[in-house]
Design a protein. Structure first.
Length: 161
């Protein structure tokens, strides 16, 4: 590696990530998928060396192609996969109800500062004063003005059988 290239690579170490992303765009003709300083530095340094010293030999390129032909390699999962996975998680979560919760339709009551707090358990969520809430904790926090564990506030500590 010649001295000028070595100095250029050393100068890259001191550059900010934004400058490295810009240099990456110049060298690769696309935006970097990463904002990691070390990753950008290595990729740019490799590219500069490849441009100065030459790419892989024809034989090495052919061998790499042979090896890659047998591999179905993706660097990132398609977005459809993540949407389907999120949907599966949501369906699984809705089937797995917290065992501390009573059956939907049950009314929970708690006396707090002289008034009765009444909450109806729904299939998904809870109803209090005509509003639907995602959690008992959010109802307890609304009523008291401070953070509460909803199960503790409403006395639901152990598993139901």
């Amino acid at each position: 590696m010649n001295e000028q290239l070595q100095r250029e690579i050393e100068a890259l170490r001191k550059q900010k990530t934004k400058a490295l992303r810009s240099r990456y765009r110049e060298l690769f003709g696309e935006e970097s998928p990463s904002s990691n300083h070390a990753h950008l530095f290595r990729r740019i340094a490799w590219r500069l060396q490849a441009l100065a010293e030459g790419e892989l030999s024809q034989r090495a390129t052919e061998r790499a192609a042979e090896l890659a032909a047998d591999v179905d390699l993706r660097l990132r999962a398609p977005s459809k996969f993540w949407r389907e996975l999120a949907g599966a998680d949501e369906r699984a979560r809705s089937r797995q109800r917290d065992p501390r919760l009573p059956e939907p339709g049950t009314t929970l009551e708690r006396r707090y500062q002289g008034r009765v707090i009444s909450v109806k358990v729904l299939t998904e969520g809870f109803e209090h004063d005509g509003r639907t809430y995602d959690s008992l904790s959010s109802i307890a926090s609304t009523v008291t003005g401070t953070r509460w564990n909803g199960f503790s506030f409403f006395g639901l500590r152990g598993e139901r059988s």
